[in-house]
Design a protein around this ligand. Structure first.
Ligand code: NAD
Length: 482
C-alpha cells in the first residue's frame, strides 16, 4: 500500500461499443482480409476485445490500387482549401469522439486513461487542425513555388502511441495531396479502425486513406509494392534498417523514425524537485514505451545521492494498476513479448553489476506488468546504458564537468532526444548546441507540439515529422517527381 490511498475511479467503458470483428478499410469500406483473423487483446487483463483481419499481399495490392485511383481521380485534383476542409472535419470528429477513442486506446495499449484522455487524443486533434491549416499554403512551405505531392504513401506505425502516430503520418500526407495506405501495429489496431469510421463520417472520398491490419509481413508487402511512392516508417531500428535495404535503389522516398536512448542531464544548480518530476515523466510516462524517453539519467556527481534519494521517494508514490482508473500513473506493458525483452535487459543490468531498485509494488495477476525500476552504478559500456529497453527502467550514470556530460550523452548509436536541467541559461545553450539529438528539452521533457519538428540523428532515423518540415517529407518541388 502506498502512503496515499485512493478509492477506485474507473473510467466507464460504456461509451465504447466494439463490433465483434473488424475488416480491412479499403476504398472507403470495411472488407474481409485474406489472411487469418486474430484477436486483439487488452494487455492489462489479456481479455479478448475483438477480431481483426489480416491483410496478405493481394489485400495490400487492393489497398494500393484504391489509393492510386483516389490520388489520380480525386485527391490530387482538389484545391488545397478543399483538402483542408476534410482535415478540419476529421479534427472536429476526433474531438467529438475523444472519450471513446481514449477508452479504446487505453484498453488496447495498456496506457493510463489520464494519458490517452489528456495527451494522446488532444494531440491527435491538434495534429489534424495544424496540417488542415497548411493545406492551402503549401507554396509557403519553403519548397519553391507549386510543390507537388509524391503520390501514394505507405505508412507503418508502432504500438506505443497508436492513434497519435497515425495522426503524425496521415495529417501531413493528406494536407500535401498524397493518398495513404497505413498499417497499424499488430498489437494495437483498434483506434486506427475507429479512425476509419471517422473517415466515413467525414465523407472523405473512398481510397484516400486505406488501413491494412496484420503483422510485419503486411508491412513488408507495403514496402515492396511497386506502386507506392513513399514509405514513412516509425518503429525499431532493426526493422528500419530492413526497410532501408528493401527501398534502396528504387524510386521510393523514405523517412525513418526509429529508436532512442536519450540522456536526461541534471546539473547541480538545477531546481531538483522540478528535475525529479521531469525525470519521472521522461522515463515512466507511457510505461517508458517512448522512443524519446529519457532512459539514461546523467547526474552531476555532487548531487547524485540527493537526486537518487528524492527520486526513490517520488517513485513510491506512483500508482501502478488498472489503466482505466483515472488515478493510475503506470499501466500495463503492451505485450508479453515486450515484457520479456524488459526482463531480459534488466537481468543483464544486474549481471553487469549495476544496483537495481524498485518501490514496493503489487503487480496484478493477469496481464503484462513491470514495476518502475532504477539502476544506479551503471557503466557506460553496460547493455542497460546502450540498448533501448522501451520499458519503465532508468539507468543512472554520473558526470563531473559539462564536457563529460556531453561526451557521455553523445556516446550512443542513437540521437533522438535529450534533456538538460540547469538554472544557468548560458550553460543550457552551450550544452544543447553540442548534443547530437534531434530534440533537446531544457527544464522540461516529453513536450510535443504539431508546429515543432521531431526526428533523429544517427540510428534514430532520418526525416522530420511535425511543423512545415514535416510537409517536405510528402512534397517535391514542381517537376521533381512523377
Ligand atoms: P517494430 O519495428 O517491431 O514494428 C513497427 C511496425 O513495423 C509494426 O507495425 C510492425 O508490424 C511493422 N513491421 C515489422 N516488421 C516489418 C518489416 N519487416 N517490414 C515492414 N514493416 C514491419 O517496432 P515496435 O516494437 O512496434 O515499436 C517500438 C519501436 O518504435 C521502438 O524502437 C521505438 O523507439 C520506436 N518508435 C520510434 C518513434 C519515433 O518517432 N522515432 C516513435 C515511436 C516508436
Amino acid at each position: 500500500m502506498s502512503f496515499l490511498d485512493y478509492a477506485p475511479a474507473p473510467e466507464s467503458r460504456a461509451i465504447l461499443s466494439l463490433r465483434p470483428s473488424y475488416g480491412l478499410f479499403v476504398d472507403g469500406e470495411f472488407v474481409d482480409g485474406n489472411g487469418p483473423a486474430f484477436t486483439t487483446i487488452s494487455p492489462a487483463t489479456e481479455e479478448g476485445l475483438t477480431e481483426i483481419a489480416t491483410a496478405d499481399d493481394a489485400d495490400v495490392d487492393r489497398a494500393v490500387a484504391a489509393a492510386r485511383k483516389a490520388y489520380d481521380r480525386v485527391w490530387s485534383k482538389l484545391s488545397g482549401s478543399d483538402r483542408g476542409k476534410y482535415l478540419f472535419r476529421i479534427a472536429r470528429l476526433v474531438q467529438e469522439r475523444a472519450r471513446e477513442l481514449a477508452v479504446a486506446e487505453t484498453l488496447n495499449n495498456g496506457k493510463p486513461i489520464k494519458e490517452s484522455r489528456d495527451v494522446d487524443i488532444p494531440l491527435v486533434a491538434a495534429w489534424f487542425f495544424y496540417y488542415a491549416g497548411w493545406a492551402d499554403k503549401l507554396d509557403h512551405a519553403g519548397l519553391g513555388p507549386d510543390p507537388r505531392p509524391l503520390g501514394v504513401a505507405g505508412q507503418i506505425i508502432p504500438w506505443n502511441f497508436p492513434l497519435l502516430m497515425l495522426a503524425w503520418k496521415i495529417a501531413p500526407a493528406l494536407a500535401s495531396g498524397n493518398t495513404v495506405v497505413l498499417k497499424p501495429a499488430e498489437t494495437t489496431p483498434l483506434t486506427a479502425l475507429l479512425f476509419a469510421e471517422i473517415l466515413q463520417q467525414a465523407d472523405l472520398p473512398p481510397g484516400v486513406v486505406n488501413i491494412v491490419t496484420g503483422p510485419g509481413a503486411t508491412g513488408q508487402a507495403l514496402v515492396r509494392h511497386p506502386d507506392v511512392d513513399k514509405i514513412a516508417f516509425t518503429g525499431s531500428t532493426a526493422v528500419g534498417r530492413e526497410i532501408a535495404r528493401a527501398t534502396a535503389g528504387t524510386r521510393k522516398r523514405l523517412t525513418l523514425e526509429l529508436g532512442g536512448k536519450a540522456a536526461n542531464i541534471v546539473f547541480d544548480d538545477a531546481p531538483i524537485d522540478q528535475a525529479i518530476e521531469g525525470v519521472v515523466n521522461g522515463i515512466f510516462y507511457n510505461q517508458g514505451h517512448v522512443c524519446c524517453a529519457g532512459s539514461r539519467l546523467l547526474v552531476q556527481e555532487n548531487v547524485h545521492d540527493d537526486v537518487v534519494e528524492r527520486l526513490k521517494q517520488r517513485l513510491t508514490t506512483l500508482r501502478l494498476g488498472d489503466p482505466l482508473d483515472k488515478n493510475t500513473d503506470i499501466g500495463a506493458v503492451n505485450s508479453a513479448e515486450q515484457l520479456e525483452r524488459i526482463r531480459e535487459l534488466t537481468a543483464a543490468g544486474e549481471e553487469e553489476g549495476a544496483t537495481r531498485w524498485s518501490p514496493p509494488c503489487v503487480l496484478p495477476d493477469a496481464g503484462f506488468w513491470f514495476a518502475p525500476t532504477i539502476f544506479t552504478g551503471v557503466q557506460t559500456s553496460s547493455r542497460i546504458a546502450r540498448e533501448e529497453i522501451f520499458g519503465p527502467v532508468l539507468s543512472i550514470l554520473t558526470f563531473r564537468t559539462p564536457q563529460e556530460a556531453i561526451a557521455k550523452a553523445n556516446n550512443t548509436p542513437y540521437g533522438l532526444s535529450a534533456g538538460i536541467w540547469s538554472d544557468k541559461g548560458s550553460r543550457v545553450l552551450a550544452v544543447a548546441d553540442e548534443l547530437r539529438a534531434g530534440v533537446v528539452w531544457t527544464n522540461t521533457f516529453n513536450r510535443f507540439d504539431p508546429a515543432s519538428p521531431f526526428g533523429g540523428y544517427k540510428e534514430s532515423g532520418y526525416g522530420r515529422e511535425g511543423g512545415k518540415q514535416g510537409l517536405s517529407a510528402y512534397l517535391a518541388p514542381a517537376g521533381g517527381i512523377r
